[in-house]
Design a protein around this ligand. Sequence first.
Ligand code: SF4
Length: 390
Amino acid sequence: MLTLSGRVIRIAEEATDKQKLLTPRRQFSLSTNPALPLPLRGERAYLSRSGRPVPLGFAHYFAFNERPEDLADETPCTLLSDEFAYLADGDVIGLTGDGRIRALFRADSDHNSILLTEQCNNYCLMCSQPPKKVDDRWLLDEAMETVRLIPRNTRSLGITGGEPTLFGDGFIDLLQHIKNWLPRTSLHILSNGRTFADVTFAKRYAAVQHSDVMVGIPVYSADPARHDYVVQAEGAFDETIRGILNLKRLNQKVEIRVVLHKQTYEGLPALAEFIARNLLFVDHVALMGLEMTGFTRANLDSLWIDPADYKAELSKAVKVLRSYGIKTSVYNHQLCLVNADVEPEYVKSISDWKNEYAPECESCTRRTECGGFFSSGILHGYSKSLRAFT
Ligand code: SF4
C-alpha cells in the first residue's frame, strides 16, 4: 500500500515561522525533467533523485533523505523519506508549513480522486471517510489549485467526500473550473444525491454542461426505512431518489452504487427489481464489496458477512439487472468468491494504491483477472472460502 500522506524529513529553509503563517499550505506540480524549458520551471518543483545533477530555475526542490550537493544554499529544498519514492513526473503534492505532505494526484494512476470535504449529511454505518463537523473550505480552495496543476491529458478524475455538494455554489464553481482546465477528462462524482432533490441546484449542476461527468449515488435498499438506517439519516431515501429523478430529467448521467454487507445483502434482489422498474434510465449500477476501513471497523459485527455467503443474492441481482439491459458492474470482489454467472459483470476495481493479495493467491492461475483485496481487508481477516484457481 502506498503512503499518500505523512511528514517530510526536513522542510525547506524558506519556511520560516512567519512564512508558515502566511502560507500554511502550498501545492506543487513535480517535474523530473532536467530539460524542461526555463520559462516552465518557475511554476514547478523539481524532484531530485540522488546522483543526478540538479537543473536550475525551479520554484522548489524535493530530494530524498539528503540535500543535493550541487544545490545552492539559498535554494528551497524539502527532504522526503523513501516511502515517497513512488512520486514521479506530473504528480501533484500538497505541503503544509509544519511539514506534512500529501500526494494529491499521481500522473501514472487511473484512480485519482480529489477529497473535497469531510462534512456529510449522512452518517453511513460503513463510511470509509467518517464525517467531521468542521469548516474545511480550505479543501475546496486546494481542489481549485490542484485542478490547475493536473496534466491536461489526464483521462479520469474523481470527486469524493464527505458530501461534495454541501459546498453548493463552491461545488458548481469547481465543476466549471474542471471543465475549463481539463476539458478532455472524464469526471466521476461520489454524492449521496440528496442535494439534487433541490431542482434549482440540479439545474445549476446541469447548466455547467460538462460533456463527460457522472454522479455515483448510493441506494442501499428498496425499503426506505432500511436505506435510512444504513445511512443513519431519516428521510434520506426520499431525497436521494428525488435527486436521481431530477438529474435524469435534466439528462445527467447517474450511477447507482450499492455496498454489500449484512444489512443490505438480503434485500439485494428486491433492490435490483426496484431499480429495474423505477430507475431503468440510470446509466450504471455498481454492486460493491465492503471496505474494512473507517466506520466499518467500529461496526464490523453488524456489517461483515463473508462474500461467499451472499453469492446467490449477488447472482440473482445481476441476472435481474442484466435482463432489463441495465449496465452493471461488480466491484471490489474476489473472483473465487462470486458465482461464474457474475463474471461478465465482474470488474477488477480496487484502487492501485490500496490493493493487495492474500498468501493463498500466490498460486492462483487467475490472479491477473482478480481485483484482490483492499489492504485493510487483508489486515482484518477475509473469507475462509478463498480458493486459488488451478
Ligand atoms: S485466490 Fe486470490 S487471486 Fe485467486 S481468485 Fe481468489 S482472491 Fe483472487
